[in-house]
Structure formats: structure tokens, C-alpha cells
Write a protein that binds this ligand. Structure first.
Ligand code: NAP
Ligand code: FER
Length: 339
């Protein structure tokens, strides 16, 4: 291959909020696939909040990146060449791959994407990791039932928008927190949420919940944490379930703020607070993809994507997650399908 390739490396560890200097775009050769490997041309790549954790040195659920190491994440790409990998030229595949125009990967690290079933970008969103997170976090952890009040934060994002719709399918009264009036309209008018709260437009989250969730909160899907979560905790009902999915409001914090202490509420309510990782449900991913695919085909679940054009703009797409620039799943479009 004579074409040039570009890839992003972690330039340095961010202190607090990352910025463009966190990322280094370098030119590289298009790699040759070794035995059992395929060469993949990137079509879409996913930027996700958890990548912030990988930029720090400390170990968490995801292994830290080394400084100078290529950034990696969910990619959908087209197979350009196969050196004995179990995929063919022209196949659309997904995997956890470098932020690059071209990458090689063992065939065993690539999963097929069927372009006839749904737009290929959905493999990174509603039919991919975020959709599965919403599916298991809602059904297996938050467990909304008919008549319950279900609250979700980060409600207009990739996970939250799907979680709220799954809760609606269970017959719950669904309330979402999101960061703009446009997002609140998306929740209420497009997704069928019962109420949306623009948290950037109110200081008193508790009073907003008194209006939107007058019967209290039975199930809480938390993507955000911080002060909104403090307010939701104060409204928990007896036997409530809290699914701790993400805490994005704290991911750039250099010191963990100590908020009001809400644990006495758990004694009063006997509520269950449970963190989860989507990977805990790996043996059931097929079930989630089938269910979500069915709901998307029938129109029972709608999804939105925010697509940033160009590999070189991937850092901006990532940084925008922390400013609420995305509605639905944030993707980067890197190339066009040729096959
Ligand atoms: P996303 O919601 O599509 O994007 C992030 C959103 O977070 C932004 O659009 C922004 O929306 C909101 N946000 C950013 N900073 C905030 C702050 N300080 N306070 C309140 N809201 C803030 O991202 P996603 O991929 O769907 O992920 C959502 C959450 O789920 C993240 O916390 C992520 O880490 C977590 N997650 C967990 C798992 C798991 O296995 N546990 C798997 C996937 C994702 P606004 O405009 O509303 O502020
Ligand atoms: C996230 C995406 C993925 C996240 C966690 C994961 C807490 C972990 C997934 C797994 O290991 O199964 O945004 O945030």
C-alpha cells in the first residue's frame, strides 16, 4: 500500500479537562496485515466518555493508555485485504481498533456488521456498546415496572436516550435530565419521555423533580452523578433501584467533591444502589442486539447520531462530550464505503 496513514497518539496525560494538546496526530505507513490479520479502512470511529479514564495513569475498569500509545476505541471499517483472516475484502466489520485511517487486526478481533440490517454506524451506537449498556442497565439493574417513575441523567445521549425509551416500553413514567432546551424537546417530542429537565436552566433540581416526578422516584439510571444525583436521591421511594452507569460530571475532577451525604435515605427507603459494567453481560450481547434491532425496525426505539467529519477532528468530537455538544451517539466519520 502506498497511501499514507494517520493515527492519533496520547500526547500527554491531561490534568483535569483534556484539550487538543492531549492528542497527537502522526503520519504513518499503511500497515501490512500479518498472518491471520486483516487490513481495515476506518469508516466510523466512536468517541466515548470512558476514554477519559484511560488517559489517567490510575487503573480503573479500563487499562490506562501509555503516553505515546495509539488511542483505541470502537471502529466500524471495511476490510481492504485479508491475510488468512476469517473475513473478506469488502466486508464491514467492527472492533476495538486504533484511531487511524487504516489498521491491521487479527480476524478474531473483528466482528461482522451486516449493512443490509441497519446503517453500519449503529454498530457503535444503538446496536452497539451504548445500546447494550442501556438495555442491561435498565432491564437488569434499574428494573422499571408499569406505573413506576424512572429518571435518567445524560438523557439525550447515546445511552440515556435508549434507556429512557426502554423504560417507557415497560410502562414507566419517564423523566430525563439534559443540558439544553433542544435536548428537552428531543426527549419530550421525539422520544416520548413524559418530562425533560434542562439542568443548565435550573439551580433547584429538587424543585424541578417535585414537578416532573410528583410521585417520587422508583428507578434511577445515573449517567452523570454529582449534584443532580444528590437531588434524585432525595426523591427515592421505598424499594427504589439505582443503576450507576456513569459519573461523567466527575471524570475531569482533580479532587473528588464531597457532596451532601445521602446514604441515610437508603435506610429509609431500603433502596438498592448498584454499579454495573456492560461487559458483565457479555454472554447475553446477542439477546440485546436482537431486541434492540427489533425495536429500532419497528420504530419503538428511535436513535439519533451526531457525526463529526474527518479523523483529524476526533479530538473535538471527544472533548465535545464533556460540553454536551452531542445529541444521541457521537461518532466520527473517517471514510466512505467503497465496496
Ligand atoms: P453521551 O451521554 O452520549 O455523552 C455525554 C453527555 O454527558 C453529554 O452529551 C452531556 O450532555 C453530558 N454531560 C457532560 N458533562 C456533564 C456534566 N458535568 N453534568 C451533566 N451532564 C454532563 O455519552 P454515553 O456514551 O451515552 O455515556 C453516558 C454515560 O454512561 C457516561 O457516564 C459513560 O461513562 C457511561 N457508560 C457506562 C457504561 C458502563 O458499562 N457502565 C457503558 C457505556 C457508557 P448534556 O448536554 O445533557 O450535559
Ligand atoms: C463507559 C463505557 C464502557 C464506562 C464503562 C465501560 C463507566 C465499561 C465497559 C466494560 O468494561 O464492560 O463509558 O463508563
Amino acid at each position: 500500500m502506498s497511501e499514507t496513514n494517520r493515527k492519533f497518539l496520547l500526547a500527554k496525560r491531561p490534568e483535569g479537562k483534556p484539550d487538543r494538546d492531549t492528542f497527537d496526530l502522526v503520519e504513518a505507513d499503511v500497515p501490512d496485515p500479518g498472518p491471520g490479520e486483516a487490513l481495515v479502512r476506518t469508516l466510523y470511529l466512536s468517541v466515548d466518555p470512558y476514554m477519559r479514564g484511560r488517559m489517567d495513569a490510575g487503573e480503573s475498569y479500563a487499562e490506562p493508555w501509555s503516553v505515546g500509545e495509539p488511542l483505541k476505541g470502537g471502529v466500524v471499517g471495511e476490510v481492504v485485504a485479508s491475510n488468512g483472516a476469517d473475513v473478506e475484502e469488502g466486508d464491514v466489520v467492527t472492533g476495538n481498533l486504533e484511531w487511524a485511517d487504516y489498521v491491521t487486526a487479527p480476524g478474531t478481533d473483528l466482528q461482522p456488521v451486516n449493512p443490509d440490517l441497519a446503517p453500519i454506524s449503529t454498530a457503535l451506537g444503538v446496536l452497539g456498546m451504548p445500546g447494550r449498556t442501556a438495555y442491561f442497565g435498565t432491564r437488569e439493574v434499574a428494573e422499571p415496572k408499569a406505573g413506576d417513575t424512572f429518571v435518567v441523567t445524560g438523557a439525550a445521549g447515546a445511552v440515556g436516550s435508549v434507556a429512557g425509551q426502554i423504560a417507557k416500553l415497560s410502562g414507566a413514567h419517564v423523566v430525563g435530565f439534559a443540558g439544553s432546551d433542544e435536548k428537552v424537546s428531543f426527549l419530550e417530542d421525539d422520544l416520548g419521555f413524559d418530562a425533560g429537565i434542562n439542568y443548565k436552566d435550573t439551580d433547584d433540581y429538587r424543585a424541578a423533580l417535585d414537578d416532573a416526578a410528583p410521585d417520587g422516584v422508583d428507578a434511577y439510571f445515573d449517567n452523570v452523578g454529582g449534584e443532580i444525583t444528590d437531588a434524585v436521591f432525595s426523591k427515592l421511594n421505598v424499594d427504589a433501584r439505582v443503576a450507576v452507569c456513569g459519573q461523567i460530571s466527575l471524570y475531569n475532577a482533580q479532587e473528588m467533591p464531597t457532596g451532601p451525604r445521602k446514604l441515610p435515605k437508603l435506610i429509609e427507603t431500603r433502596a438498592r444502589v448498584q454499579g454495573f459494567l456492560v461487559g458483565d453481560f457479555a454472554p447475553r450481547f446477542g439477546e440485546a442486539t436482537r431486541k434492540l434491532g427489533g425495536w429500532v425496525s419497528s420504530g419503538e426505539i428511535e436513535y439519533r447520531e451526531t457525526v463529526t467529519e474527518g479523523l483529524e477532528n476526533a479530538p473535538d468530537a471527544f472533548l465535545g462530550l464533556f460540553e454536551g455538544e452531542n445529541i444521541g451517539k457521537q461518532l466520527v466519520k473517517v471514510g466512505e464505503r467503497e465496496a
